[in-house]
Design a protein around this ligand. Structure first.
Ligand code: HEM
Length: 225
């Protein structure tokens, strides 16, 4: 088998930033840490928006159109789930569904979080909701928590999939691929980034760093005050 470069640096940077920020969001889920929880939520939004854009402009395997999501692909995959032979070089169909669900659930969780922050705390970009009928509406917070819990379920499913793959398809080195970008494939399937993709990633890094600097310089900015 051949070592092919499947996950470029932007995809891997996204992965670990996403995992880190999600962890930080759960660790700051306390009244006394709400300020940081909100900031992390905005950071997550940047990161997820980048990944969604990357799903359209990124390289092969990271693009959504390369995610095997059709009914037949799912059926075939399930029928041959224990088969040692690899059909999918990028994400397999179940992984693709989990990943898309993560992006959707994450965006909904952030959106409901911003509204709850405004309505309950009178803070953030929709602080005016604190003077509306949404104030003290428990439902908002409950919906936010429901989606956060749903996200935990998706992480568990994801990690179970990673372990399954490690046990039954060890030879393809999927687990290593999220660290070094390489999987083992039958033929050379390596990707490379074009100049437009490199510039897009650079812009994302600049915006993210600017956001972090901005948050330190203006701790009482409109997003959280
Ligand atoms: C120790 C923890 C983790 C490990 C070892 C891990 C491992 C992996 C691996 C191996 C892949 C590539 C799967 C494939 O080739 O189909 C992947 C993709 C992915 N993982 Fe994780 N993961 C971890 C934690 C997380 C967490 C906590 C999240 C969510 C917050 C997450 C979200 C994702 C997403 C969204 C992708 C798709 C990446 C993309 O296409 O951009 N992972 N992960």
């Amino acid at each position: 088998m051949i070592k092919s470069y499947i996950w470029s640096i932007p995809t891997r940077v996204f992965h670990w930033l996403f995992a880190l920020l999600i962890l930080a969001a759960f660790l700051t889920d306390e009244d006394s840490l709400l300020y940081y929880h909100a900031l992390i939520g905005y950071g997550l939004l940047f990161v997820v928006i980048f990944r969604i854009l990357w799903g359209f402009i990124g390289p092969k395997f990271s693009r959504f159109k390369d995610f095997p999501l059709s009914k037949n692909e799912v059926k075939d995959f399930l029928a041959e789930i224990f088969n040692k032979k690899q059909k999918h070089v990028g994400h397999n169909p179940l992984a693709s569904f989990v990943m898309i669900s993560m992006f959707v659930v994450c965006v909904i969780t952030i959106f409901t979080g911003v509204i709850t922050f405004g309505a309950d705390e009178g803070k953030g970009i929709v602080s005016f909701l604190n003077n509306s009928s949404l104030k003290d509406m428990k439902l908002l917070k409950e919906v936010h928590e429901l989606f956060a819990n749903l996200f935990i379920a998706l992480i568990v499913a994801h990690l179970a999939g990673v372990v399954f793959d490690r046990v039954f398809h060890t030879q393809y080195k999927t687990l290593n691929s999220i660290f070094d970008g390489y999987k083992m494939t039958d033929a050379n399937m390596s990707i490379s980034l074009n100049i437009f993709q490199k510039i897009s990633f650079l812009l994302f890094v600049i915006v993210l760093v600017s956001f972090i600097v901005f948050s330190f310089m203006y701790p009482n900015n409109i997003l959280v005050s």
